[in-house]
Design a protein around this ligand. Sequence first.
Ligand code: TC6
Ligand code: NDP
Length: 295
Amino acid sequence: MSSLALTPFKAGLFVGKGIIVTGGGTGLGYAIAKELVSLGAKVVIAARRIDVLEAAASELNKSSQRGGKIYVCQCNVRNEDDIQKLVTFALETMGRIDGLVNNAGGQFVSPVENISARGFKAVVETNLLSCFMLSKEIYNRWWSLQEDSKTSGSIVNIILANKNGFPMMAHSGAARAGVENLTKSMALEWIGRGVRVNCVAPGIIYTESGFANYGEMAGAFLSSVLPCIPAHRCGTAEEVSSLVVFLLSDAAVYITGQNMGVDGGMGQGTIPLRPQDHGASLLPVYGELPMKARL
Ligand SMILES: CCC/C=C/C(=O)SCCNC(=O)CCNC(=O)[C@H](O)C(C)(C)COP(=O)([O-])OP(=O)([O-])OC[C@H]1O[C@@H](n2cnc3c(N)ncnc32)[C@H](O)[C@@H]1OP(=O)([O-])[O-]
Ligand SMILES: NC(=O)C1=CN([C@@H]2O[C@H](COP(=O)(O)OP(=O)(O)OC[C@H]3O[C@@H](n4cnc5c(N)ncnc54)[C@H](OP(=O)(O)O)[C@@H]3O)[C@@H](O)[C@H]2O)C=CC1
């Protein structure tokens, strides 16, 4: 795992703070937890594989500064009981919750017509329902009870650079678009309690764990997509984590309801997949096109 933290933040910025990072044992979540613990935060990392979390925690604790500490909690974010247990665990171990990064997520590759209803539901639960359940649970059990509205909370939802759809991962595109809209609603409803809610939309970020999910397909995907990324390279987990940590911090106290891309310029369009060479085109209903305007 890469270890180059880009943090521009002052030492101890998060001393005394408690943050939950879902999916914090691998990839982006690991980089976020690492940066936070090096800035003095207490961090609960939560995911399904406890062995992965424990191995990550023992590495991450080596980066701890000024009382920062990593705690692990096994949690399937699709399961409401697990979500409740996670919040109980976080309050018991850290004594408070100042931030939440809804980072756990994922999908599988499939054209729309082959996705089963069960598969679509599984992806929506993983990426959208989980974000709703965990954000609401923390709000009800912690943020809504704080008398001092200066005790602010910050939620950062990790989505995807998918503003024009997400071909071959349509279930995930739809779920993440839902997260983006939910973010805006929560931001407006909870601002009076000092809770800010923002999204970060990574482009193509190379994480060993993330790409391992796609096997051989990942190589083919990369070679088709790389030339279309304006920056001509994938991003790194640390390049995402620096924005997430900024949004969690009080330096971002006037920022809420936003969606920010970390994508090497890719968000100027959408995921730059070339349309399939399907050999057909939709006929204009009003007659011939005035010029040759098809592939
Ligand atoms: C690269 C671009 C940028 C993105 C990068 C990243 O995101 S990196 C992060 C990447 N990290 C990740 O993506 C990790 C997280 N991802 C996951 O855990 C899974 O993709 C999940 C969310 C679907 C959960 O899966 P699960 O098995 O625990 O769920 P379940 O048992 O509840 O429901 C099963 C239903 O789902 C369906 N189905 C499932 N797999 C496939 C498939 N390969 N093929 C087809 N269908 C599939 C199947 O229909 C099945 O129903 P059936 O046939 O039994 O009636
Ligand atoms: N890498 C990329 O290019 C991009 C990634 N993203 C998003 O960023 C996030 C992190 O991805 P990345 O770090 O690359 O990939 P990883 O596969 O390393 O991260 C996904 C994490 O989510 C956890 N997770 C998945 N499903 C569940 C679940 N049901 N309950 C609890 N935890 C779960 C996994 O842990 P476990 O399996 O142990 O539960 C894993 O730690 C994801 O939401 C991803 O979709 C967005 C855009 C681009």
